[in-house]
Design a protein around this ligand. Structure first.
Ligand code: GLU
Length: 303
């Protein structure tokens, strides 16, 4: 199969879909991004890299970061993590306060914002520096030592982060936060403000297609832990549209409001699509469409 030609076709077909979505504007710095941009990259487990469109352009990875922080936390905590956070789809918006109150401060899964705050809390307790640990990991796995955060995006989110602060304070009031709220929130907004390209993210995610083995051959996760992260990505990784994403794309995926989506092709590789215009659930319209077309044309899905 000519994978380069396929990605070029997907990039050429993206424009009408990008025009259907809307760029996230609740974090003002994200609203400035051109909605017409589109990139897609594929990194394979045998070391090949393909890409088309804006696949080398850095963008705000936002919640795509949560797949990586879950991997790092699970590697350290193992099954005890699940005392602090659940692993069921939420069926609610990613920043919902109501569900957290009903469920007594235990977030439904690690990918909604409350759950991601728990991951940061655990990584802070494990390492003393959640952001630094994650950034070093992403640099190593992507092979790009320049991976870093955009301070303007971090400041913009920090200034508008009342809802995440409410989630963190509520969990603290339930005894489900080990570190000070302000410290957890600071690491959270800086983590979400990391900027990476489709190429960087596809390479960084390869351990998920490779049963937990890192780029240098060392083991981050057991085979079974890598399976579990892919399962949580499939069921919870694309907001409350995870069912539709599974129906259309048929791969574990994690999206972010910056317009990025990481999708894992087990034992084959990792795809990353980016296009900033989002649907009502927060997933990139052109990104989901491109991934749908990719798995439809290749037949490469987990189903
Ligand atoms: N930093 C964003 C927030 O907390 C991340 C949202 C996302 O990408 O899902 O609202």
């Amino acid at each position: 199969m000519d994978l380069q030609a396929l990605l070029d076709d997907l990039a050429a077909e993206a424009a009408p879909f990008a025009a259907q979505g809307k760029v996230a504007d609740y974090i003002p710095a994200l609203a400035a991004v051109d909605p017409a941009r589109f990139g897609i990259a594929l990194a394979t487990v045998d070391g090949q890299l393909f890409g088309s469109g804006d696949w080398r352009a850095p963008f705000s990875i936002q919640s795509v970061s949560k797949a990586f922080s879950l991997a790092l936390v699970l590697a350290g905590d193992g099954e005890t993590l699940w005392k602090r956070v659940g692993r069921e789809p939420s069926g609610n918006p990613f920043n919902s306060l109501v569900q957290l109150e009903y469920e007594k401060g235990i977030p439904r899964n690690p990918f909604i914002n409350a759950g991601a705050l728990i991951l940061i809390d655990r990584l802070l307790s494990q390492t003393g520096d959640s952001l630094g640990t994650l950034r070093a990991f992403l640099r190593a796995e992507s092979g790009n030592p320049a991976v870093d955060l955009d301070p303007e995006v971090a400041a913009s989110e920090a200034a508008h982060g009342h809802r995440n602060a409410a989630l963190a304070h509520f969990m603290a009031s339930c005894g489900n936060l080990e570190n000070p709220v302000e410290r957890v929130l600071d690491h959270y907004v800086r983590q979400c403000a990391l900027t990476m390209s489709c190429a960087d993210l596809a390479k960084a995610g390869l351990f998920l297609a490779n049963h937990g083995l890192r780029a240098d051959g060392s083991r981050l996760l057991t085979r079974s832990e890598a399976k579990r992260i892919n399962a949580i990505m499939l069921t919870c990784g694309t907001y409350d549209a995870a069912g539709d994403f599974a129906y259309r794309v048929g791969l574990p995926g994690k999206s972010g409001v910056g317009g990025g989506i990481l999708a894992v092709l087990p034992e084959r590789g990792v795809l990353c699509a980016w296009s900033p215009a989002l649907d009502l659930h927060g997933n990139s319209v052109a990104g989901v469409e491109a991934l749908d077309r990719f798995t439809t044309r290749t037949g490469w899905s987990v189903f």
